[in-house]
Ligand binder design. Sequence first.
Ligand code: ADP
Length: 197
Amino acid sequence: MRSLPNIIVAGTPGVGKTTTCAQLLSLAAQASPRVELRHLSINEIVKERECHSGYDEELQTLMVDDDKLMDEVEKEIADGDGAGGWIIDWHSTAGFAVRWVDLVVVLRCDETSVLYDRLSSRGYKDEKIQENMDAEIFGVVSEEARDGWGEPEDGRVVELKSVEPDDIEENAERILQWVRNWIQDHGPKTNGNGNGD
Ligand code: ADP
């Protein structure tokens, strides 16, 4: 049994996953009592542990070896001390076992011009920008998350708007509050702060 929840922060590239995770970890570290969350950047795992079969110049992306990647992810989140508290930063929920993850946060940027600017400032080619914009418009990541973890009303998938700078702080606070609620409901009593909703 985990004493802290595992959370995937998912969404189309450029929606603000890494920025939101950094803000969440910072808030959690400053909270009283401190909440011991850990960032799991899947991008870093793919690169550092070579869970890929090279770089696709056309798509401007590493060709991810999903089986190898999920073996590495499982080592971290399931085979480790098993205490939980992982904030998993990845565009997709594909391949993750439902039992590894307590909450999927899907960040959304429905202002296409905003997302366009974020992606083009990364130097992405038009084709890649369009592919990501289409994925965002059609809600591909949300649908995938709901297939695994259920509808938002079941409480394990949350969609949060990430368009303006204030959304970053607000979303990080909401996720941290969700973590606190989870601790109250599931975790050891000593970790709760008694401030649940
Ligand atoms: P992701 O990890 O989803 O690819 P990042 O966190 O790297 O996205 O964010 C991409 C860029 O967009 C960064 O420059 C970040 O500062 C900016 N950004 C992300 N979310 C927001 C937001 N809600 N408001 C303003 N800028 C944002």
